[in-house]
Design a protein. Structure first.
Lengths: 222, 151
């Protein structure tokens, strides 16, 4: 291999790259917070809701899980304006990420809910807890504990997949890298650097979520 | 070695009629879509005043789509591309707002091949004078050939 690496031309753009990474973090955090909340809500609806609600949530999950993320994002950014809803690139990116993460997370949380033994629910009811409390205090913590590693993986995937939002002019880490390498023609070095940044972000995110999960789920998370 | 230019490529900023852009100063506060790693990327940011919101896309299809869906107020690309977009979307009433730059292109010959260079220059000169180049340009681009410089 006879390739001379020139990382200095990439590191010249370090401030922009860090700005891009920060945007990637913000996008992922928003998608995670809202996506997980919606997923828990919908997973409850899918296991305990009336039939039309269950059907609607299933249709949504199937639609999103069986279409590519980039197409969903293009639909939100380029398609919705035709229907009169024009979102900024940033809003479109967050919305697309939420829509995508929610669909996957619903299925994960639902699996967790169904894995909670029926006896737990029956015992809680025998104590006289309201159905909402049975779910919130007894079923949900155990359900999330059951599937916590899978949820964390899905969140990390969402963060990594957010690279495609660069396609709708959101100046995330990948967008900055595309820009930098089109200026200095050092594609190899540029993408090597952002690969490292994504890797670090993913590892940190996993650690953070594992620690947060242990605290939140009181030792139930694996 | 380069022969005299036989054609030109203009970079323009265009937008729907309703968008008010008459001078580069009007770009301030507007969203201008441009494609990364193109001539417009090299020129538009230089003419745009502070406060212009330049929106970068990875390929021209996205830039065009952003303009059509109203995600940007105006877009910058070659005059050829502008004409294709304008003709394909008469309902949008696109019009050229600003001429950003004009790049001229000419044939390149091997260094030292003076004979071929002279031949091409003569051909370009004659066919500029008799209008053949302008006709060819018009036929294939739909645009008027701008005056070509001589070197």
């Amino acid at each position: 291999v006879n390739y001379a690496f020139h990382f200095n031309v990439v590191l010249d753009h370090l401030p922009e790259l860090l700005d891009g990474a920060w945007l990637t973090i913000r996008l992922s955090a928003m998608a995670m917070a809202i996506g997980l909340a919606l997923a828990v809500l919908c997973a409850y609806g899918k296991t305990a809701g009336p039939r039309p609600v269950r059907w609607l949530i299933s249709a949504y999950v199937e639609l999103i899980r069986n279409t590519p993320f980039i197409v969903q994002m293009f639909f939100v950014y380029f398609g919705l304006p035709s229907l009169g809803l024009r979102l900024s690139a940033m809003a479109a990116a967050v919305l697309a990420m939420i829509i995508n993460l929610t669909a996957y997370a619903i299925e994960i949380v639902r699996a967790g809910i169904e894995a909670v033994p029926v006896g737990q629910r029956e015992a809680a009811r025998a104590f006289g807890l309201r159905p909402s409390l049975v779910f919130g205090l007894v079923v949900l913590p155990q359900a999330l504990g059951n599937v916590y590693p899978a949820l964390v993986s899905q969140i990390v995937i969402t963060m990594l997949e957010s690279a495609v939002v660069s396609q709708i002019a959101v100046v995330d880490l990948t967008h900055v890298a595309d820009f930098v390498q089109s200026r200095n023609f050092r594609a190899f070095e540029t993408y090597l650097v952002i690969t490292a940044v994504y890797l670090i972000l993913a590892v940190l995110l996993r650690r953070l979520l594992a620690r947060g999960g242990r605290r939140l789920l009181a030792g139930r998370a694996a | 070695m380069f022969a005299n230019p036989n054609g030109a490529l203009s970079i323009t900023i265009f937008a729907p009629k309703s968008v008010n852009i008459k001078t580069p100063a009007d770009l301030a506060g507007k969203r201008i879509g441009i494609t990364r790693a193109t001539l417009e990327e090299a020129t538009v940011p230089k003419m745009a005043p502070p406060g212009t919101n330049i929106v970068w896309f990875d390929e021209i299809a996205s830039t065009i789509q952003a303009l059509l869906s109203g995600q940007v107020d105006a877009a910058s690309m070659s005059g050829f591309a502008e004409k294709t977009v304008t003709d394909a979307n008469p309902d949008k009433q696109f019009e050229t707002k600003l001429l950003v730059t004009t790049a001229y292109y000419g044939a390149a010959v091997r260094p030292g091949d003076i004979e071929l260079l002279r031949w091409i220059d003569t051909w370009v000169f004659l066919n500029t004078q008799n209008g053949v180049l302008a006709d060819i340009y018009k036929k294939y681009t739909g645009l008027e050939l701008p005056p070509l410089p001589r070197f």
